[in-house]
Design a binder for this molecule. Structure first.
Ligand code: PEP
Length: 251
């Protein structure tokens, strides 16, 4: 890896009440308080953000949200804006997760609007891309990724790009226990970095962090992290338990 600080990010999805989230964050903090060379993020549900923010304070664990709406405020029942996330203590926001694309109608166009909103608020967007099993079987992986990157990042300035983290999450590997093989992961991460280089130049390609997500566990993380173009992991299931998540953080 170049001089990119690894990022291990936990997506808690729609799990844990406020009390449970606080308890998990407290235990995790104890287990990883001495980690200095890896960035750590946890993304609880909206209702736990402010509670968890109090637990992690200014520690080495950063807070992230799982979604954002692109307007600052207004009559948008059920939505949450960038400034609201910042005031709850967030530094990161996950955008375009495949579950949002699959169940909540998120498109490359809404992803694009959300990235703008996040960067404008000073949040670091973790932008998820990845193909479904059917798309991979039809050999459409790279064309799907091309479109997700082209449309998702459309119109962003180089400055805005510099704050982005990409996460390659093959949909068929999320929550299924099927991790992509190291060769498959490296092939796609190399492709994405090359795509970034062609579109936005060598400097950004060298510095942008590309995470892998899809059934990352304590026993496969070190193999994945050893790959040259993998700069971290976006972890779902295994981030819910402090023990397993701390093992991943200490890859
Ligand atoms: C995710 O939700 O982004 C994810 C990768 O989930 P899991 O680790 O459970 O596959």
């Amino acid at each position: 890896m170049e001089e990119r600080t690894p990022l291990i990010a936990g997506n808690w999805k729609m799990y844990k009440t406020g009390n449970e989230a606080v308890e998990t964050a407290e235990k995790l903090l104890e287990l990883v308080s001495d980690v200095e060379t890896t960035d750590i993020m946890i993304a609880p549900t909206f209702t736990s953000l402010a509670l968890v923010s109090k637990v992690i304070g200014n520690s080495n664990i950063a807070l992230g949200a799982q979604n954002i709406y692109w307007e600052k405020e207004g009559a948008f029942t059920g939505e949450i804006s960038g400034p609201m996330l910042v005031s709850a203590g967030c530094q990161y926001v996950i955008i375009g997760h495949s579950e949002r694309r699959q169940y909540f109608g998120e498109t490359n166009n809404t992803v694009n609007k959300k990235i703008f909103a996040a960067t404008k608020s000073g949040l670091i967007p973790i932008v998820c891309v990845g193909e479904t099993a059917a798309e991979r079987n039809e050999e459409k992986t790279f064309s799907v990724l091309d479109k997700q990157i082209e449309k998702g990042l459309e119109g962003l300035t180089l400055d805005e790009h510099q704050s982005i983290v990409l996460a390659y999450e093959p949909v068929w590997a999320i929550g299924t226990g099927k991790t992509a093989t190291p060769d498959q992961v490296q092939e796609v991460h190399f492709y994405l970095r090359d795509l970034i280089e062609k579109r936005f130049g060598n400097m950004l390609a060298k510095t942008i962090r590309i995470l892998y997500g899809g059934s990352v566990k304590p026993d496969n993380v070190s193999e994945l992290m050893a790959l040259p173009d993998i700069d971290g992991a976006l972890v779902g299931g295994a981030s819910l338990q402090p023990d397993s998540f701390s093992k991943i953080i200490n890859f």
